[in-house]
Design a protein around this ligand. Structure first.
Ligand SMILES: Cc1cc2nc3c(=O)[nH]c(=O)nc-3n(C[C@H](O)[C@H](O)[C@H](O)COP(=O)(O)OP(=O)(O)OC[C@H]3O[C@@H](n4cnc5c(N)ncnc54)[C@H](O)[C@@H]3O)c2cc1C
Length: 321
């Protein structure tokens, strides 16, 4: 029987595993995809907003040649940490449900059952996109995940969204020769767009290389076109490809099946947990990382979420002694 099973091999799940293992407890990580699966899914060569020391876990230095690390640097870093610490990893195994109680939990996965005394949920948010809820959203030329621009050179690409991911995709696509139209629901770009990205985007819009529609909503997506409602009335915009970069949200069904209770006073439906220990209202069940913010997905990120690992590990070690 394990002392702790961690669900999710993201940066925070790995941090939890190594902190717990260092305190002499038996831990394993179960992950439905690859190691650091969310980062694997990020755009090729994506630059992190954080400087490397703020992404470090377990005290391992994160050396990079760049001021801000790239996706590939992070993939390499977290792999080296996981292997150096000899973490027990069960990859490509999806957790479905949890039964039992603290000291005697059974976690059911798509490959079998795992017995453990405690469980940490570190499942992030990157698997479920926020839908537009318009006809045509499921067409093959629509994606909620942007990877890289080169397949779109000389093509008409519509980017929907007002935050960093949409801004960065629009800029990269433009520089790779795509003709980009940016659709923003509100009257302006989000305040959260980073201070070094905003002027670049605004300048490309001003010089006419990117066409931006503000206060505009998408009403339908058709093969080859996007229907929008602008302040001047409806329009049909040409679109060989559509990136709907409108954010993501945690898997609330899974959290419910695990017994993580949402905070009824929080609009974001963040889990109820004790901030001193990260324990939820179900004894022996903990939350860590981005999942702690519920639908407020920017509340917790790697920089601050990695510290949950020490809180949980210290609590479990104290409980055992
Ligand atoms: C484009 C982008 C850029 C970012 N840049 C930064 C940055 O510069 N600095 C920063 O601090 N943060 C940044 N973030 C946020 C950061 O990446 C996330 O907050 C971070 O991944 C959180 O780590 P985590 O371990 O909590 O969750 P995740 O990394 O999302 O890991 C959760 C893991 O759980 C797995 N999982 C989910 N459900 C199951 C299941 N049922 N069974 C088994 N496994 C499951 C997932 O596959 C995933 O691997 C960025 C996010 C994005 C999208």
């Amino acid at each position: 029987m394990l002392d702790v099973l961690i669900i999710g091999a993201g940066p925070v799940g790995l941090a939890c595993a190594l902190e717990i293992q260092r305190r002499g407890l038996r831990a394993a990580v179960v992950e439905k995809g690859a190691l650091v699966n969310s980062i694997v899914g990020y755009p090729t060569n994506m630059e992190f907003f954080s400087t490397p020391e703020l992404l470090e876990i377990g005290g391992y230095p994160f050396p990079t040649n760049h001021y801000k690390p790239l996706r590939e640097d992070a993939l390499d870093y977290y792999l080296r940490v996981a292997t150096s610490e000899k973490l027990t990893l069960r990859l490509h195994e999806k957790v479905l449900s949890l039964t039992g109680e603290q000291g005697n939990f059974t976690v059911t996965t798509d490959k079998g059952e795992i017995r453990t005394r405690n469980v940490i949920v570190a499942t992030g948010f990157y698997d479920l996109p926020n839908p537009l809820n318009v006809p045509g959203e499921d067409l093959p030329h629509v994606s909620h995940y942007y990877k890289e621009p080169y397949q779109h050179a000389t093509q008409q690409v519509v980017v929907i969204g007002a935050k960093n991911s949409a801004a960065k995709a629009a800029l990269q696509l433009t520089r790779a020769g795509a003709r980009v139209t940016l659709i923003v629901r509100g009257p302006a770009l989000s305040d959260s767009v980073k201070y070094w990205i905003r002027p670049d985007l605004v300048n490309r819009i001003t010089e006419g290389r990117i066409t931006a529609y503000l206060s505009t909503t998408v009403t339908a997506i058709r093969p080859g076109a996007v229907e929008v409602l602008t302040p001047d009335g409806p329009r049909m915009l040409p679109a060989d490809f559509v990136y709907a970069l409108t954010g993501y949200h945690p898997d609330e069904d899974l959290l419910g099946r695990l017994g993580v209770e949402p905070d009824p006073a929080d609009e974001a439906r963040a889990p109820l947990f004790d901030p001193a220990t990260q324990e939820t209202t179900r004894p022996g069940l903990f939350v860590a990382g981005t999942v702690c913010g519920g639908r407020a997905t920017s509340r917790w990120f790697i920089e601050n979420g990695r510290h949950h690992a020490q809180l949980i590990a210290a609590h479990l070690a104290e409980q055992r002694s």
